[in-house]
Design a protein around this ligand. Structure first.
Ligand code: C2E
Ligand code: MG
Ligand code: MG
Ligand code: MG
Length: 288
């Protein structure tokens, strides 16, 4: 039912909304518990360099082992973590786990792979983030060169001067930067020349459509060309089949990532995967 409040202004409040709110509060409470009970984990999805035909690194993707609902993906809870201002703490947990994983991968025989992690805007703008990252790296004896930070276009355009300052501090620690989901945000090309960005990740929606939709295909081809003319690296995310890979190879895309190569791997599957890589059995056959 709608409650009127002046002429053109009324509040709508119905059962659907109250249950949405109840759901969100329930989810928020469960997430607080998840933090204290360590129900989070990271899955790692490999990235392949098409020039060398080698694994170059992994992207760390957050997972939540819910006590009743099983494994839950970040699209279902990242926005709640952000709204509840829990993303900062979870983000530090993610980076700490990435430091540990970097050391574990080195012990497994992959000392030079880069681990990419995703950062929300609020987390990135959190005062003290570069210093906290520096302390964690010191604690685990790892360096910024081992990590890439994935930011979205909206993070970059929201607080430009603050963002630039933080990026320069993190650059000084050795981190590199990737723009995630490129082409789906504000698509302001201005920041590409102003910000110390190393890599552009073409959003998977374009890759998904590239075989059937001429616009998606042209966007991919011209983005690859533009990014390389700017002297940056380009990644295609969401590569699901060999036909997509072939076209990306023809257009000299630098890096690829997607289910065709590997799903994001649970930590328990990492050792077996790495042994395939160190024996040069992966990804050779997939590239043909
Ligand atoms: P993203 O960073 O753009 O990550 C790519 C998403 O696409 C991942 O979903 C991945 O599992 C999925 N994906 C990878 N290859 C393919 C493919 O070939 N086909 C299709 N259809 N999908 C593919 P996921 O893991 O559900 O993550 C969703 C989003 O959640 C991520 O998008 C990222 O924005 C966010 N996220 C993940 N982990 C974190 C985190 O630790 N912190 C923050 N702030 N955000 C995170
Ligand atoms: Mg990402
Ligand atoms: Mg993406
Ligand atoms: Mg995304």
């Amino acid at each position: 039912q709608a409650k009127s409040n002046g002429r053109n202004c009324y509040y709508v409040f119905n059962e659907q909304m109250s249950s949405d709110l109840a759901n969100r509060l329930q989810l928020e409470a469960e997430l607080r518990l998840a933090i204290s009970q360590q129900q989070f984990s990271l899955n790692l999805q490999p990235k392949v360099n098409l020039r060398s035909g080698q694994l170059t690194g992994f992207e760390a993707l957050l997972r939540w082992q819910h006590p009743l609902r099983g494994m839950v993906g970040p699209d279902e809870f990242i926005s709640v973590l952000e709204q509840a201002q829990l993303i900062v703490d979870v983000g530090y947990w993610v980076f700490e786990r990435c430091c540990q994983l970097s050391n574990e991968l080195a012990e497994m025989g992959l000392p030079h792979v880069v681990i990419a992690l995703n950062l929300s805007a609020d987390q990135f703008l959190q005062p003290g983030l570069p210093e906290r990252f520096r302390q964690l790296m010191q604690q685990y004896n790892v360096s910024g060169q081992q990590f890439e930070l994935e930011l979205t276009e909206s993070t970059l355009v929201s607080h430009v001067s603050q963002t630039l300052d933080i990026m320069h501090q993190l650059k000084a620690l050795g981190f590199s930067f990737a723009i995630d989901d490129f082409g789906t945000g504000y698509s302001s090309l201005n920041y590409l020349k102003r910000m110390p960005v190393d890599t552009i990740k073409i959003d998977k929606s374009f890759v998904l459509g590239m075989l059937d939709n001429p616009s998606d295909y042209q966007i991919i081809v011209s983005t690859i060309a533009m990014v390389q003319k700017l002297g940056l690296q380009v990644v295609a995310e969401g590569v699901e089949n060999y036909q997509q890979l072939q076209l990306l190879q023809q257009h000299h895309c630098d890096l690829v990532q997607g289910f065709y190569f590997s799903r994001p791997l649970p930590e328990a599957q990492l050792a077996a995967f790495v042994s395939q890589v160190t024996q040069n059995k992966w990804p050779a056959q997939l590239l043909r």
